[in-house]
Every structure is written in structure tokens, then in C-alpha cells.
Ligand binder design. Structure first.
Ligand SMILES: [Cu+2]
Length: 322
């Protein structure tokens, strides 16, 4: 292992690639279909996975996961995909919400400096992953190139107080623990499906008080989590510590009845979960992959900070014997 690693590619350096979990479109309340003009831009950037360790991310719109797109079943979309000249790689998009070859992958394949377009109609409801789909797609997805498109059913989703958006992916980095400087992608580690990191929103501690801030809510509220597992290879066992999925649409399917009071829900790579949490007591709810070594040793954790008065009739620490 080199002390410094290889020289970094010539790309812009940014501090944050972790998506802001609250910067998402609101629920759809209309009862008719509309047309959307949407744009996604491939952004290759350098950023720190953890302090001191720089990595070449590939993203949609500079964030991991890429922007949450939100439409309604029956809506039509004119999607523009841009691959700016400053990038080094070809990119494209495969939308799991789309009927058609490659989910748009062939139509949208763009070299640096190119712009491509796709028209599609949302024929079925659900919450779906989209991801880069060039021939090296595992490399691109593991570098951050995935996101979520929500196709709301005709009658919408049940209302909640707040909504959050999170994405899990593995990262394969040619680095020893504590390494500093730029580090390259580790294809051997990806072949073994043995990632260096398993992360929420692409950077260590991103969705915690030590990173870009915890998710915030208050006692008595109901929150909804839109969760996408980009993979590219590992299944997530998504679990809220100290809580339970009151209602959860597994695999992001809105046509099947939501499950109730589920503790841990498996989310395959290339799939999603939409889950609601009730918040009857204050304190931190940690959102983890219950394949727990990924939490303890590979970084996979987010925090939902629930503020409000103690609720001792539901939960209180007690001294022994009292
Ligand atoms: Cu790509």
C-alpha cells in the first residue's frame, strides 16, 4: 500500500456529496396526470469518504443518492440526461419505473459532452431505483450513481408529518484503515463483494450529528422514509433501532398491502423500501443495516433525532429493585 496513493484525476473537489435527506419533492395531491420536463446531470467529483480519504465519486446531480424524482401513475416525462464535457466517463440511466429496452439505458447513453433524451409514461405505481447502466455499471453504482423515482398511485399515499430520503451503497476502496489522500477504486474487493465501506448517503456519518446532521422530528409525529439500496451487490436488512416499521411497503410496491410492525426488512440491491415510523417517545432512532458488522465496522448508520418531553408511561430507565 502506497503511503499517498495514486495521483487523483482532474475533477472538482467538493465537501459534500451526501444527499440532503429533506430536499425532496412533496406528496402529490392532484387527481389527474401531467407532463414533466426533468433533467439529470452526471457529475464526477472528488470528495472525502471519511476525513482525509479522498475518492472519485460518480453521481447524478452531485449527490448520493441522486435526486428523488416524484411523479404520479399516468404522468408523462421528457427526461434530459446530460454528461458534461468535464467528465471522464460515459454514463447513462436505467429507470426501473419505465417499460422499454434497458429502462432507457440505450437511449440515454452519453459520452462526456453529450446530451440525450427519453420520453416515457409512468404505467405502474411504486418506488423504484434508477442507476447508471454502462458496461461497468457495478463500478459506477458503487461510486454513487443511483437514485429513486417515486410513482405515486392514483389516490396518493397516506399523509405523514415528515418525509426523508436515504440511500445505501457499498464502496470498494484501495485503502487501509486510516489511509489519507486520494484512493482508487478496488475492483478486486468488488469481485469478492467485500466492501471497504457500507454507507448511508455515500459518506461516513453523513446522516448523523457528527456529519451533516441527524434527521429531525418531534414526539407524536409520523415520519416516512424513502430508502433505496443501490448495492451494487449487498442486500440490506433495514432496521430502525428502538422503533419498528409501523407500516412498510416492501420492495417499494404500493399495490400490495403495506406490512405492519415489521422490525427488519430486506431490501435487495436494485430495490427500495417505503416505511413509516410512529414516534411516541423522544430520543435517537438509529437507522441501520442489521447485518450489523456493516454498522460497527463499515459505517452504515443514520440517526433520526426525536425531540420532545419524556413519556414515562411508555419508556423510562429504572434503578434495579424499584
Ligand atoms: Cu455512470
Amino acid at each position: 500500500m502506497n503511503a499517498q496513493g495514486p495521483p487523483p484525476p482532474k475533477l472538482p473537489t467538493v465537501k459534500r456529496v451526501a444527499a440532503n435527506p429533506t430536499a425532496i419533492p412533496g406528496p402529490i395531491r392532484r387527481s389527474h396526470a401531467v407532463h414533466h420536463n426533468l433533467t439529470l446531470t452526471a457529475r464526477e467529483v472528488l470528495a472525502e469518504i471519511e476525513p482525509g480519504l479522498k475518492f472519485m465519486y460518480m453521481t447524478f446531480d452531485g449527490q448520493v443518492p441522486g435526486p428523488l424524482l416524484r411523479i404520479r401513475v399516468g404522468d408523462t416525462v421528457q427526461l434530459t440526461f446530460r454528461n458534461p464535457r468535464e467528465n471522464l466517463m460515459p454514463h447513462t440511466v436505467d429507470f426501473h419505473a419505465v417499460y422499454g429496452p434497458g429502462g432507457g439505458m440505450e437511449a440515454l447513453l452519453a459520452n462526456p459532452g453529450q446530451e440525450k433524451g427519453l420520453y416515457f409514461k409512468a404505467m405502474y405505481p411504486g418506488s423504484f431505483v434508477y442507476h447508471c447502466a454502462v458496461s461497468d455499471l457495478d463500478y459506477h453504482i458503487a461510486s454513487g450513481m443511483y437514485g429513486m423515482i417515486v410513482v405515486e398511485p392514483e389516490d396518493g399515499l397516506p399523509p405523514v408529518t415528515r418525509e426523508f430520503y436515504l440511500g445505501q451503497n457499498e464502496m470498494y476502496v484501495a485503502a487501509a484503515a486510516g489511509a489519507e489522500g486520494f484512493r482508487a477504486f478496488d475492483f478486486d474487493a468488488m469481485l469478492r463483494e467485500n466492501p471497504t465501506y457500507v454507507l448511508l448517503n455515500g459518506q461516513t456519518k453523513a446522516v448523523t450529528p457528527d456529519g451533516f446532521g441527524a434527521l429531525k422530528a418531534r414526539v407524536g409525529e409520523t415520519v416516512r422514509v424513502f430508502f433505496v439500496n443501490g448495492g451494487p451487490n449487498l442486500t440490506s436488512s433495514f432496521h430502525p433501532i428502538g422503533n419498528v416499521w409501523t407500516k412498510v411497503w416492501t420492495n417499494g410496491s404500493f399495490r400490495t398491502a403495506a406490512d405492519a410492525y415489521m422490525q427488519t426488512v430486506t431490501v435487495a440491491p436494485g430495490s427500495t423500501l417505503v416505511g413509516d415510523l410512529a414516534l411516541p417517545v423522544p430520543g435517537a432512532v438509529k437507522l441501520v443495516d442489521h447485518a450489523i458488522t456493516r454498522v460497527v465496522r463499515k459505517g452504515m448508520m443514520g440517526v433520526l433525532d426525536v425531540a420532545g418531553p419524556a413519556q414515562p408511561s411508555i419508556f423510562k430507565p429504572m434503578l434495579p429493585g424499584i
